[in-house]
Design a protein around this ligand. Structure first.
Ligand SMILES: NC(=O)c1ccc[n+]([C@@H]2O[C@H](COP(=O)([O-])OP(=O)(O)OC[C@H]3O[C@@H](n4cnc5c(N)ncnc54)[C@H](O)[C@@H]3O)[C@@H](O)[C@H]2O)c1
Ligand SMILES: [Zn+2]
Length: 357
């Protein structure tokens, strides 16, 4: 059954629709309208638009999508292409694909002609539970990930679980890592539910998938609503969603976003390292840390990397955008389901902990 989650921020309303086998029907309805629709589509999911490819109000741009498309050159090329096809302020952009094309397409829609309406159709588990929610769009800079972008919400997010059938298990696990992150920062019961249901989720059991996706989105929205522009520095801060990402991002940067590690794998390792730091600093009990580690191992998620205590990885963290005035800030756990903002930590102390891993 179709599930609609509505979210309102100030004067913005967005609908998140969770349904299986829905994309074709949804796009077909749009093809009956007069609006000009520009679809930016990941080539891997070209099949989802096959029935509307000849509709006269639709134009398509197909991309081979990965982290490397989140740059200023792709941004500029696509904007020029859209302008050459006479996009106007009443047009709608629909972005169909994972988090990389979603971040890029959302940024294009937010800036072209000073911003036009857009719809996201996320096709990876990661983009369904995380990147399509919360209004962050953007591209990378040589100075780091997601440093150029906007806060701007899509009119609708269409989450179709059926499209996950073509997604490799490695990518399902990448999305699962973000689902686990949501449980670890906010909801112990959800974590324990995942401990029982992860195999069904990996097997794409529709009921389990939909429950996990919805629960995950609601946790993300809880933080986003409290702190849309990520300004808070307390435990309600949107920054809680960065748990696992301090070490995760530095590993991704270290590996230059190549195929050896994907986002979910990097943050899986990051969550274990940051959980371990929480434990060694006395915030998280041994029992809770072991419970987390065991689940990651059972689910065969990455828990470490041979370069995790490499100097270069630690140096990237020192330059991290969260470390204002040379102090080290990081999201840690007090419990499973309870995260907090650990501020002004001594970096050497953290370094010593990590170097002993
Ligand atoms: N905006 C946010 O709030 C936010 C939050 C989390 C992550 N992100 C960003 O999301 C990005 C990662 O997203 P991702 O993991 O979706 O990566 P991705 O877009 O690179 O997709 C992963 C791979 O799956 C392929 N793919 C997509 N859908 C498919 C399908 N249904 N079947 C088969 N293959 C398919 C893609 O072509 C790609 O090869 C990162 O850039 C990260 O920074 C953004
Ligand atoms: Zn992430």
């Amino acid at each position: 059954m179709k599930k609609i989650l509505k979210y309102k921020f100030k004067n913005i309303t967005s609908n998140i629709i969770i349904e299986s086998n829905y994309i074709s029907k949804y796009l077909n309805n749009l093809s009956k309208k007069n609006t000009k629709i520009f679809c930016i589509v990941d080539l891997k999911v070209k099949y989802v638009v096959k029935n509307i490819i000849n509709k006269k109000n639709f134009e398509f741009i197909f991309l081979n999508s990965n982290e490397n498309i989140k740059n200023i050159n792709s941004y500029y090329k696509i904007c020029e292409k859209l302008l050459s096809k006479n996009i106007d302020r009443n047009s709608i952009i629909i972005v169909i694909g994972g988090g990389t094309i979603g971040d890029l397409g959302g940024f294009i829609a937010s800036t072209i002609l000073r911003g036009i309406d857009f719809i996201l159709i996320p096709t990876t588990l990661l983009s369904q539970v995380d990147s399509s929610i919360g209004g962050k769009n953007g591209i990378n800079s040589v100075y780091g990930k997601n440093l150029i972008g906007t806060f701007n919400h899509p009119k609708e997010v269409i989450i179709d679980t059926n499209v996950l059938k073509t997604l490799p298990l490695r990518e399902i696990k990448s999305g699962y890592a973000e689902i686990l992150k949501h449980s670890l920062i906010k909801d112990r019961k959800f974590f324990e539910w995942l401990e029982k249901n992860y195999i069904k989720l990996f097997n794409l059991d529709d009921k389990v998938l939909r429950t996990a996706i919805e629960k995950s989105i609601l946790i993300k929205l809880w933080f986003v609503k409290k702190d849309i522009y990520e300004k808070l520095i307390d435990d309600n801060s949107r920054a809680m969603l960065n748990f696992g990402h301090t070490f995760g991002h530095s590993l991704e940067t270290y590996y230059k976003y190549n195929k050896r590690i994907n986002h979910g794998e990097a943050i899986s390792i990051g969550m274990i390292i940051e959980g371990y730091i929480s434990n060694k600093l006395g915030f998280l009990t041994n029992k809770n840390f072991d419970k987390i580690l065991n689940h990651f191992k059972n689910a065969k998620l990455r828990t470490t990397d041979k370069n995790i205590n490499n100097k270069a990885v630690l140096n990237i963290i020192l330059k991290d955008k969260k470390n204002l005035n040379g102090k080290f800030n990081i999201i840690l756990l007090k419990n499973i389901g309870k995260s907090f903002f650990a501020r002004n930590l001594n970096f050497n102390k953290i370094k010593n902990i990590v170097e002993k891993i």
